[in-house]
Design a binder for this molecule. Structure first.
Ligand code: SF4
Ligand code: SF4
Length: 90
């Protein structure tokens, strides 16, 4: 499932440059994740980069976006046309 950013976000910006899908953007009061671009880092990393980097644990799975690993990998393929997913990430 796609991740979301909670209200605890302190807008430090640490997560944004490391998202492999450019899913994270700076909003008016906090950073946001575009669920159409978030693959839980499937295809790129073995764990979710934003969650690993966030100093206040505000990057969390969003139950409103239930998806299977297969759906997340398909999303990744659409975002990375012509590339192959990294081994061990899906
Ligand atoms: S889980 Fe990965 S793909 Fe999703 S927003 Fe975080 S860094 Fe980006
Ligand atoms: S790393 Fe965490 S606190 Fe910093 S901008 Fe991202 S979600 Fe917000």
């Amino acid at each position: 499932m796609a991740y979301k950013i909670t209200d605890e976000c302190i807008s430090c910006g640490a997560c944004e440059p490391d998202c492999p899908n450019q899913a994270i953007t700076e909003g008016d009061t906090q950073y946001d994740i575009d669920p159409d671009r978030c693959t839980e880092c499937i295809g790129s990393y073995e764990s979710s980069r934003c969650a690993d980097l966030c100093p206040v644990d505000s990057c969390v799975p969003d139950p409103a976006h239930e998806e299977t690993k297969e759906q997340l990998l398909e999303k990744w393929r659409k975002l990375h046309s012509g590339e192959e997913p990294a081994a061990g990430t899906y």
